[in-house]
Every structure is written in structure tokens, then in C-alpha cells.
Design a protein around this ligand. Structure first.
Ligand code: SAM
Length: 249
């Protein structure tokens, strides 16, 4: 495995218990796949968002993540996006959900998606749109630096023949546990086990994160958070920056 590709052997230990498919996202991803019969899911993790009505091959570098796949999940091979172990044009669609920012060479990995499948469906985020999220803005500006250094929508637009970019809003009661999922339940971030399943937080300096969480706890206790984020109270969903990209032919 290339250095860093097995990072989820450490930070992914509780992935299956903390991270679940958000149905609204699963529906949008399924639509974007456009009825593809053969799908390769790259950076597949435990199998969230894999279509059930297609023949799927999952590719995933972390043994810890592979071990958490359900018994009836699609077959999976250990591998990385940058060297997909399949021939050219062997799939109808390639899927890459919440993974491109972990790749050692995102441009190379994205070119690999296009090599093996005519259509590519990628979920990533737009840093410009995520910068107003209250967690980043008021508690962890360090997330901006972290996000600036990693791959996002710009890399996808640079490499793939993009047909469409859709906003993936996060529902108030989001079933998945990614960073940004808890926009309406700020107290959930105070739980270290929840934060451990969010790579953006798990990979930051934990002293910085703990200080930020102490400030969040104080603001929740004295009503500051509620006053500052009053506009969130009536929203059913929020744009925290996630984008669904459909590319190819
Ligand atoms: C946040 S998880 C997303 C998993 C799954 N796609 C989902 O939506 O639940 C990111 C995944 O990317 C994988 N990953 C890291 N580096 C990779 C690489 N170079 N190629 C492919 N996958 C990689 C990690 O091991 C991890 O399983």
C-alpha cells in the first residue's frame, strides 16, 4: 500500500457503527448512476451508498474498513484509486463517495476513474460553500487550512469531463456521521466517539479540537450558540458544501 492509504486502519475502526447511508443522498447517487449495470466503487469503505441493483466491485485500501463490510455487501478488493486493478472501460460507472480528499494523488486517481468507466459519479465538497458552516467559522478555523490542503471540487473539475454539479444538502436528521452532518445538533460534536468517525476532526491536532469543544460546550450552556445560529431553527436541510458531480459520457 502507498504511504497513507491505510490511514483508515486507525481512524476507521468504528466506521460501521457511526457512519450510515443518508437515504436522501443514496437516492441522489442512485439517480446520478443513471441505471449503470456494472459499477466500481472506489474508496468504498464499508459499502455505504453502493447500489443494490447493479453488479458492483468495491476497491478499498484499508483492511480495517474491508473487515467491516456486511456479509452480503458487494465483493471487494484491496487497492487504491491511483492504480485500479481492472482493464480500461470495464465498468459502466465509477463511484467515489467522500474519498477523493484522502487520495495521495487525486488527479491520477480521477483519471483512473475515467479510464475504467464511461461515467463517473463523485461526492466531494466546495470549500467556498463550506466556509460559512458554524463549526468551521466560529470554533475550528483550523479546518480551513486542513481543507485548503486537500482535494475538493476543484480537482474534480480540473480532471473530469463534468456534465453536472448538484448541491447535496444535509437533512436536519442526517443518518450519516460525516463532518457537517450534525449542523442542527451541535451537542453531538462534544462526544469524542462521534468526532473520531469524522476524518476532518480526527486528523486535526486534538489539543486544538478539545479547546474548540470546550468553547462550544460553554456557548451551548449559556445560549450563545442558539442566539448566533437562530436561522437554523426552521431549516429542514442545509448546504454545508457537499457536491455531487456527474462526469463522463
Ligand atoms: C470517509 S471514507 C468513505 C467511505 C465510503 N465511500 C462512504 O461513503 O462511506 C474514505 C475512504 O477512502 C479510502 N481511501 C483512502 N485513500 C485511498 C486511496 N488512495 N484510494 C482509494 N481509497 C482510499 C479510505 O480507506 C476510506 O475507506
Amino acid at each position: 500500500m502507498p504511504p497513507g492509504a491505510d490511514r483508515y486502519d486507525t481512524i476507521g475502526r468504528a466506521y460501521a457503527s457511526r457512519r450510515h447511508e443518508e437515504p436522501a443522498w443514496a437516492h441522489a447517487i442512485s439517480q446520478a448512476l443513471g441505471g449503470a449495470r456494472r459499477v466500481i466503487n472506489v474508496g468504498a469503505g464499508t459499502g455505504n451508498y453502493e447500489p443494490r441493483d447493479a453488479v458492483v466491485l468495491a476497491v478499498e485500501p484499508s483492511a480495517t474498513m474491508l473487515a467491516q463490510r456486511a456479509r452480503d455487501a458487494a465483493p471487494a478488493v484491496r487497492g487504491v484509486a491511483e492504480a485500479l486493478p481492472v482493464p480500461d472501460d470495464s465498468f459502466d460507472a465509477a463511484l467515489a463517495i467522500l474519498t477523493v480528499h484522502h487520495w495521495r494523488d487525486p488527479h491520477h486517481g480521477l483519471r483512473e476513474l475515467a479510464r475504467v468507466a464511461a461515467r463517473q459519479v463523485v461526492v466531494t465538497w466546495d470549500p467556498a460553500a463550506s466556509s460559512g458552516y458554524w463549526l468551521n467559522r466560529d470554533y475550528l478555523p483550523e479546518l480551513f487550512e486542513h481543507e485548503a490542503a486537500i482535494s475538493s471540487l476543484g480537482d474534480v473539475l480540473d480532471v473530469l469531463e463534468v456534465l453536472e454539479v448538484r448541491t447535496l444538502e444535509v437533512p436536519r436528521d442526517c443518518a450519516d456521521g460525516f463532518l457537517g452532518a450534525q449542523w442542527a445538533a451541535p451537542e453531538v460534536y462534544l462526544d469524542p466517539a462521534v468526532r473520531a468517525a469524522m476524518s476532518g476532526l480526527a486528523l486535526l491536532d486534538q489539543g486544538v479540537v478539545n479547546d474548540a469543544m470546550a468553547r462550544l460546550a460553554r456557548d451551548l450552556a449559556d445560549g450563545t450558540w442558539e442566539r448566533r445560529n437562530a436561522e437554523l431553527a426552521t431549516l429542514a436541510s442545509l448546504d454545508t458544501g457537499f457536491r455531487l458531480v456527474v462526469a463522463g459520457t
